[in-house]
Ligand binder design. Sequence first.
Ligand code: FNR
Length: 407
Amino acid sequence: MTEIERSWLTNPSRRTALARMAALMAASPIAAAAAQTDPRPLSEHRRALSLAEMQTSFDFEPVFFGNVPLSVYDYTAHGDGSEFTLRRNRQAFDWVEIMPRRAAVPASRIDLSSELLGVKMKFPILVAPTAAMRPLHPDEEIGMFKAATAASNTLMILSVNTSRPVTEVAPASPGGTLWGQFYPIEALASAQRVLDTFQNAGCHGIVVTVDQQASYYERTAQDRNFGGVVRTRGAGSGAASAEPVGSARYRINGGRLWYTWQYIDAVRKMIKGPLLIKGILDPEDAKLAIEHGADAIIVSNHGGRSMDYGPSTLEVLPEIVAAVNGRVPVLFDSGVRRGADIFKALALGANGVMIGRTTRWGLAAFGTAGAQRLIEILQQELVQAAAAAGCTRLSEIDATTIKTRFA
Ligand code: FNR
């Protein structure tokens, strides 16, 4: 043996050291077990449920969660600030009890049809406007509109921030009813253009959203998932900027903090059909909205996305219904997840109930078919609640059918 060979025996090179280490690991019983048996215990097994297995709206959310990038999920899920109002919207439904004061009736005898501003509805349920559906599912807004129409001609309101232009969505579901939603644009000529696009596409009703003026979703894609870049509009500049300037550095959205009732007067003249004002939480504002030409008002806090520490919509609904006093229909949204929730809002005086996030869960989980199933589940849950409370008609779902214990 030469001298160098002897040195390899006592002082191995990196190569031989690695080779010996590999041989040791390959021979180890730990590695052999990992290669030959399922390393996960059975309890960790996860299976995505199929469309046929969906029983309640809550079944759709985890499927949606699993289908999309986290930033897409976050954008739908979260609310403004610390999300107190987001939570309170849900909690408020726990503070209303359904009282079985009348004898229950068979579900087959229930007829909850009504008419809203000239539109016949089989159920008092509408699809709320929610922005940008393309990231949720390739069926996007066209799929949502087809789903709404297929689910007993449910009226859908298309967000102005739609992924697909209204000119393509409106004709995609013949026989369906599509209304348009609009955020105030300060330049009246631009506002007119946007409103005309909706109206020329056949959207008869126009929803003007007056909340959402300064919201900030701490927990959405806008910070966490985009690497900490706060994408707030520059104060008054109207332009999105990655490098906020002025008050926008402190997350104050200058794009929307200028709304006035005079502005509503101006857009009222541009709207040929019904005007609905969305985002009312105060009885005096409800009266003003009617004075300024609203044909319906929508009690909404934007699903807790508009102003944190505001009230839940269910808590303010009765006083707004009293202030409106039957002059115009009152619609309601924010926090609705079950048919029983819809029943409670109707009992507190709403004429119709709009569904926001939940419709997105349905679309994102299973596309058009999922959104349709989701709306149908809510319709049937509402029928079930009405049957249990002994209400055969919408007019019978009134304050006598519930007890409220708002905290
Ligand atoms: C909304 N909402 C909304 N409203 C509106 O007038 N225009 C819009 O573009 C949007 N966009 C939007 C996006 C997302 C992701 C959500 C969750 C909501 C508010 C919506 O119309 C409705 O008021 C709430 O969604 C109702 O609360 P729930 O049902 O989501 O709890």
